[in-house]
Design a protein around this ligand. Structure first.
Ligand code: GSH
Length: 259
């Protein structure tokens, strides 16, 4: 896909979405998915994963991706901030349930997938762990930056698989409850942001095949879950991921930087 630099993006009106280039980062892919479902066009802006991203810091006061910026409004650098902005710019189709109980349930599950100490957060600690345990301070600067930013510690990393397993079991049970009620989505009766988050974060457990989601071979290996986490990955959750991608998201996933 086409990207512009932060410096150029700052001069443009409309919707700009900052994304890590070259890797299907689940937070970024989820933001892309939400904008796609809502048919909101945007200009993609480069972020370097693990990089210094000084221009991004000057613009948005932080260095992670994704960030959505609408005209002169304050940048939205949290996933839920991006979701609420998208919901406001394109209320249809809604990705947040109208029913308050469904909504509370949806945001609870969302946090378990995208939030601090959630599924993505914990998988990231698991990926950083072998590199940092082996290399420590000699690990590449990008890896050390991510470690500081995202709460890496050996204890947290060692506790992470148990958290991931528990979250996966909870999601599988929720999907099964919905199936028994004759519903195909994770909450309520239509697609919500939760289905999009699940579909995109499943990349960190069982990446889509290379023809549907090209990515560096080393990252694919790191993303693919093994052991207890792999065992906790219910095939019904993966089938749900596949159907969300097939019907609502872009395939093949495109995150390569075509300039
Ligand atoms: N702030 C986001 C989370 C964003 C996030 O964790 N981004 C990571 C994805 S791995 C990132 O940009 N990492 C690359 C970097 O920090 O350079 C949220 O609230 O959901």
């Amino acid at each position: 896909m086409k990207f512009v630099d932060v410096e150029q993006a700052r001069t443009l009106p409309g919707l700009r979405l900052v994304l890590t280039t070259g890797v299907p980062g689940p937070w970024g892919e989820a933001a892309k998915g939400i904008l796609r479902v809502k048919r909101l066009p945007y200009v993609a802006v480069r972020q370097e994963g693990g990089g210094e991203n000084a221009a991004l810091a000057a613009w948005t006061n932080q260095t992670s991706a994704p960030v959505a910026v609408w005209n002169d409004e304050p940048p939205r650098s949290t996933s839920l901030g991006i979701l609420f902005l998208a919901e406001r710019l394109a209320p249809t189709p809604p990705l947040i349930p109208d029913d308050p109980e469904d909504r509370a349930r949806m945001f609870g599950f969302c946090h378990e997938i995208i939030g601090e100490q959630g599924l993505g957060w914990s998988r990231r600690l698991m990926m950083l762990h072998p590199i940092l345990a082996a290399a420590g301070d000699a690990a590449p600067a990008g890896v050390r930056r991510l470690a500081v930013k995202y709460g890496y510690g050996a204890d947290a990393a060692e506790a992470a698989p148990r958290r991931v397993v528990a979250i996966l079991r909870m999601l599988a049970a929720q999907l099964e409850r919905q199936r028994l009620a004759g519903r195909r989505f994770l909450v309520g009766t239509h697609l919500t942001a939760l289905d999009v988050y699940w579909a995109t974060f499943a990349a960190m457990l069982d990446p889509l095949p290379a023809e549907q989601c090209p990515m560096p071979a080393g990252l694919r290996m790191l993303y693919a879950a093994t052991g207890s986490v792999r065992d906790a990955l219910d095939p019904a959750l993966l089938a749900h991921r596949d159907s969300v991608y097939r019907e609502y998201l872009e395939l093949p996933v495109d995150c390569t930087d075509d300039g």
